[in-house]
Each structure stands twice: as C-alpha cells, then as structure tokens.
Write a protein that binds this ligand. Structure first.
Ligand SMILES: NC(=O)c1ccc[n+]([C@@H]2O[C@H](COP(=O)([O-])OP(=O)(O)OC[C@H]3O[C@@H](n4cnc5c(N)ncnc54)[C@H](OP(=O)(O)O)[C@@H]3O)[C@@H](O)[C@H]2O)c1
Length: 321
C-alpha cells in the first residue's frame, strides 16, 4: 500500500510517498480502507520532531481516518465488513492515517455520519473529538453557562463553538476580524478581534465584570495565567497546549478555579455522540481545501504557515485514492 512516510524529522520536503506491506488486523482489530484523512497541528509538530523522543523513525503521522472496513481480525464483535467508520489512530502505539489501509482496535472507532462525505468526516475525529472531551467529559458545560473559546476559527475552535451551542452555552470567542462574520453565522454569540482588542477588557466589559464560567485555551502562552482574571467564581479553564514556561496562577485562587489539562483520548463513545450531532445537523464540518496524499507537504505548509492564504480557516482534507 501507498503511504506518506518520514524517514527523518524536519521540513515538509521530508515526506516520501513509499510502498509498504498492507497490515493484517490482530485480535479485536479491523482493517480499514482509508478514503480520507486531514491535517492537524499535531501532524506538523510530529513532522518537525517535537515528539522525537516518543516516536521511532520511520514515522507515519496522521490523526484522522474516514474509510470502510474491509477485513475483521479475530474477536471483533461490534463491526462488520462494509461498515463506514471514522476515528483517530493511536500513533504513539502504531501507524498514523497517511496510508491507504489502516488497522485499529474496535474500541476506538465509530460509525461515520451518513449525511457527510468521507472527506468531511475526516475533519472531525481529532478536532471535534477534542472539543467533546473538553466540553462534555471535562468541563461538563451546563445550559446558559458562559464560555470563552480562544481561536474560534481554528480546527478545534470551530467544532468547540458548535458543540458548546448545542449544549446551551453562551459563547464568546476570539478571532481576527476577517473571520467574525463566519463565526457569528456558525453560532458564536460574541466575537472579539484578538489583534485589535484586549480580550480581557472586552470580556470584563461584556460580562459586567462577572467573567465567564469556562475558558477553552487553544493558544498557550499567557492565556493560562491571564484566564484567572476573567473567570467567574468556581470557573474552569481547559487547556490543550503545552506550557512553555513557568506560569503564575495566583489569580486562580481568588476564583476557586479548576484547571483541566487535556490530551485527547480515543474512544468509540464520543465518536457515536459526534455522529448523532452531525446527523441532527448541530455539528457541521468546515472543509476548506483538499489535497492528494502526494501533496501532503503542501497541506502541511498551508496549515503551519497559512501559505499564501493568511485568511484561511477551517480544515484541510487529504483525499486518499
Ligand atoms: N491536547 C490535545 O489533545 C490537542 C488536540 C487538538 C489540538 N491541540 C492543539 O490545539 C491548538 C489549536 O489546534 P487547531 O487544530 O485549532 O489549530 P489551527 O487550525 O491551526 O487553528 C489555530 C487558531 O488559533 C488562532 N489564533 C492564533 N493566535 C491567536 C491568538 N493570539 N488569539 C486567538 N486566536 C489565535 C488562529 O486564528 P487566525 O487564523 O485568525 O490567526 C487559528 O484560527 C494547537 O496547538 C494544537 O496542537 C491539542
């Protein structure tokens, strides 16, 4: 089968389209013919070598699969050949999704929503799965709670806004001005221009100095320590991003805050819930651009640097022939 492989970590030119044997499903695993995958920051972080201590070369990255089951390993109980499925591969235990065929344990795959294409479905497992983990599993957002979602126009921000609205939250988000109209249409209640406004002052003004109940940090840096300034009493902060330097969280004590540190975990249950949201049209994938597997380097360049399109938002799909 054809794969996009890295024999060395580094620039996008390091991707090589190679032929390797198609894997055989082991106990409780299924073999999936991959129709589509997508690109996430985690993929360019892997490519650059940010995880070189955890991964052995050659590496095949990729964190989203949408495809069809073509073979069952021994002991599979919940799926049959022909089922259309989607999931996030466990690349720290095996292969990623930049492949024509992929083996996965049945406990981490879900039935793909029927009303969207494989390319659209491949935009969801990592990004929307992370949104589910943050909002439902960890913060447990309740109706009418207020939530600030940083980076609303990003791969994670887009499903997080939609799921938070489906759960009845009041959504504040940050984005460059060029994305505001799109985000308001998507369902955000208030959008703050992070380039030209101080988001801390804006939240204080909009909430009458009460702050928000939940903050979703997809940015890192000072966002973690500054969050305490605009949290309501007993508020929660959920962060996805590594902390590069020591943080002073003194403000958090005054707010009796709870901090959640999230690294997405795979499971079928959350994919089943995402499928229900997509089929009831409460969650829609925003697929903005599609590349072939041979163009994977170009897809990475676009996500990492925004290429020649600095107004880009939404997800990048990879069509696997
Ligand atoms: N821990 C986990 O399990 C996990 C899972 C998924 C993702 N992540 C991490 O979460 C982060 C976001 O992922 P993603 O897929 O959403 O990335 P993405 O698609 O590249 O989006 C990043 C977004 O951040 C916005 N942004 C940049 N600087 C900002 C600022 N100062 N204030 C507000 N928004 C800002 C960008 O908006 P503009 O385009 O307008 O500049 C862009 O929309 C990445 O670091 C990723 O590695 C972690």
């Amino acid at each position: 089968m054809k794969v996009a492989m890295l024999r060395e970590f580094g620039p996008v030119e390091n991707f090589e389209i190679a032929e390797i044997p198609t894997p055989k499903p082991e106990f409780k695993e299924v073999l999936v013919k991959v129709f589509a995958t997508s690109v996430n920051p985690l993929d360019y972080q892997v490519r650059r070598g940010d995880y070189k201590n955890e991964l052995e070369l050659p590496v095949i990255t990729g964190h989203d699969v949408s495809g069809e089951i073509v073979e069952l390993g021994p002991g599979v109980e919940n799926f049959k050949i022909g089922d259309e499925v989607y999931y996030t591969p466990e690349i720290f235990k095996g292969q990623g999704s930049y492949v024509q065929y992929h083996c996965a344990h049945e406990s981490i795959i879900g039935i793909k929503p029927k009303n969207i294409s494989h390319l659209e479905a491949a935009t969801l497992p990592l990004a929307a799965g992370t949104a589910w983990e943050m909002l439902v599993t960890r913060a447990q957002l309740k109706i009418n709670q207020s939530i600030l979602i940083h980076g609303g126009a990003g791969g994670v921000g887009i499903p997080t806004i939609q799921i938070a609205k489906a759960m009845g939250g009041v959504v504040y988000t940050t984005a460059r001005k060029v994305h505001h109209e799109f985000l308001l249409e998507l369902g955000a209640d208030y959008v703050i221009d992070y380039e030209n406004e101080n988001y801390i002052d804006a939240i204080q003004q909009m909430t009458d100095n009460q702050g928000v109940d939940i903050i979703i940090d997809t940015i890192g840096g000072n966002t973690l320590s500054d969050s305490g300034k605009i949290l309501s009493q007993l508020g929660q902060v959920v962060t996805l991003v590594d902390i590069e330097k020591p943080q002073n969280l003194i403000e958090a004590w005054g707010k009796n805050a709870t901090y959640h540190f999230v690294f997405t975990r795979q499971n079928r249950n959350k994919l089943d819930e995402l499928t229900k949201l997509v089929e009831s049209k409460k969650l829609k994938p925003i697929l903005n651009k599609v590349f072939s597997l041979a163009e994977i380097g170009e897809a990475h360049r676009l996500l990492e640097t925004k290429g020649d399109d600095e107004n880009f938002y939404g997800k990048i799909g990879i069509d696997i022939e």
